[in-house]
Design a protein around this ligand. Structure first.
Ligand code: SF4
Length: 330
């Protein structure tokens, strides 16, 4: 009973504009049973206040895959690890546009062009992506987004000028845990890309992945970082261990852990879109529908970058069963 009132107090505090302390964040992640139910109710209330019963869907196209020079330990596309992930060059303009057309027809709000690699190559490749963004903007009722790695200020401005609504760039994990996950670039380089994208006038979609071995305190540290960066939307991914990567065989998260993480981020970023993306089926299993009760306001449908999502029909049935409305495209 005492703990339930802590959840109610925290909800009031957040509604009054004061973010949780690190201790309050840890308390959410440590809560169990009725204590967690109270936090979940608070997170759901915050989500409903910001978004009513609406959810947003996003889709991506894996537009260029494999042979990335970075060594992110969870990633099937890193050239540092022997995985079975396919390798292919940048898709044609027509293939990218077809993906956007399908995503718009399925009700997605946002269509992300995702390429592997630490940064986009200037020249024909980058020009093709800009061309695709301009065409998506003019032809389809869906917001184009891009996830191309680290950007220079000039590249960020070119994307914004082409009509890219959102730039996606994950920080992946807490600063204090990042060196365990990636040693080929720095956390500050990722933060600089977030800053460049914002400066160019794009919205920034920035989140990370959980179940990498990070501690509870580091999950809270990460939520605090995203709150302080004032990112515009947050994708939450849960590790699907890829054979051949250093995290092969690791499976740390239970479905309730995933829900507590979603709730944590809702309390830290009460008015921001929070989407559950990669690893939803593997980690949440039968509790997938509860992600919206826990504070999520959206999800990715269709396939993820290197793993297969469940069928769109099953997801659309789940949304219907939950009586949530799918937001119109912008
Ligand atoms: S997460 Fe991105 S930057 Fe890291 S290895 Fe994979 S493709 Fe490269």
């Amino acid at each position: 009973m005492i703990k339930a009132s802590l959840a109610a107090e925290l909800t009031e505090q957040v509604l009054a504009g004061k973010p949780p302390s690190r201790e309050q964040g840890v308390a959410i992640l440590m809560s169990r049973g009725a204590q967690y139910t109270a936090y979940m109710a608070g997170a759901h209330g915050l989500k409903e206040k910001a978004f009513d019963s609406n959810i947003r869907l996003c889709s991506i196209i894996n537009a260029k895959s494999g042979r990335c020079q970075e060594n992110c330990a969870f990633c099937a596309q890193s050239a540092h690890f022997a995985t079975q992930s396919p390798t292919f060059p940048l898709k044609s303009l027509d293939e990218i546009l077809l993906g956007a057309k399908q995503a718009a027809a399925e009700g997605s709000h946002c269509f992300g062009i995702v390429t592997s690699g630490s940064k986009p190559k200037d020249g024909e490749e980058f020009q093709r992506i800009l061309h695709a963004i301009r065409d998506i903007r003019s032809q389809y009722s869906i917001a184009p987004s891009a996830s191309l790695g680290m950007l220079t200020d000039d590249q960020a401005q070119a994307l914004a000028d082409a009509g890219c609504v959102t730039y996606h760039h994950n920080l992946e994990t807490a600063r204090s845990y990042f060196p365990e996950i990636c040693t080929t670039h720095s956390y500050d380089q990722d933060i600089q890309t977030v800053i460049s994208a914002k400066k160019a006038g794009m919205k920034v979609c920035c989140g990370g992945i959980f179940g990498l071995g990070e501690s509870i305190a580091q999950r809270v540290e990460f939520a605090e970082t995203l709150q302080q960066l004032d990112v515009d939307s947050v994708p939450l991914n849960f590790l699907s261990p890829i054979p051949g990567t250093p995290l092969e065989g690791r499976s740390e998260l239970k479905p309730m852990d995933c829900l507590r993480i979603i709730t944590l981020f809702r309390f830290f970023l009460p008015g921001k879109p929070i989407s559950v993306c990669g690893g939803r089926e593997h980690n949440l299993r039968d509790l997938q529908a509860m992600m919206f009760m826990a504070g999520a306001s959206g999800t990715m449908i269709g396939n993820y970058l290197t793993t297969t999502g469940r069928s769109k029909e099953r997801d659309l049935q789940m949304f219907d069963d939950l009586e949530v409305q799918i937001d119109d495209c912008v």
